[in-house]
Ligand binder design. Sequence first.
Ligand code: DX5
Ligand code: ZN
Length: 224
Amino acid sequence: MADKDFLIAPSILSADFARLGEEVDNVLAAGADVVHFDVMDNHFVPNLTIGPLVCEALRKHGVTAPIDVHLMVKPVDRLIGDFAAAGATYISFHPEASEHVHRTIGAIREAGCKPGLVFNPATPLDHLDYVLDDLDLVLLMSVNPGFGGQSFIGSALTKLEQARTLIDASGCDVRLEIDGGVKIDNIGEIAAAGADMFVAGSAIFGTDDYAATIAAMRDQLAKA
Ligand code: DX5
Ligand code: ZN
């Protein structure tokens, strides 16, 4: 896979929220491709973050890059229209958070956004059986959702290989994203296992030089 096919998606969960517009501008100028936007509700996950108003504020600030909204909320459906209106590009959700997964995927598509399905570390890929063709994104969690700065769970590598096989067999144009514990020193093996879109929060926002960190990640990707 050519380097240009790899997308780096910094998670703004680890950004300085008091300077969010500037942080997003800086990380995009440093070479990031996509803004990963973590939405938590203190119900589906034990943390509380940001919603559609903040997504809209980033668009009004002038952010034109794709915004990858990762919903860790239950229920999901009522927020879809709000995030679409707020300028979301991708909207992904966890199957455990929707009573009707197929309907939710359709609602995201109908709202004009790209649907994604997210798999917790212990959630089987079976949920893809009848919906893979309807998705633009499969997102595998390599930590339990809720917090930045956790360690990568190794079994996600095997799961990535399995998801990559399913996506390739389907012939569909579907991104395979990984989220949690991605660093310069493991991004290469994560890419080799099949991922083509990489969320990284603390590994990027926790460093002083975002451009140097992203460049180091791309060096590893070029070797993968
Ligand atoms: C966790 C979030 C992640 C998180 C990743 O629930 O979905 O996007 O920000 O953070 P790092 O890259 O620090 O593991
Ligand atoms: Zn996320």
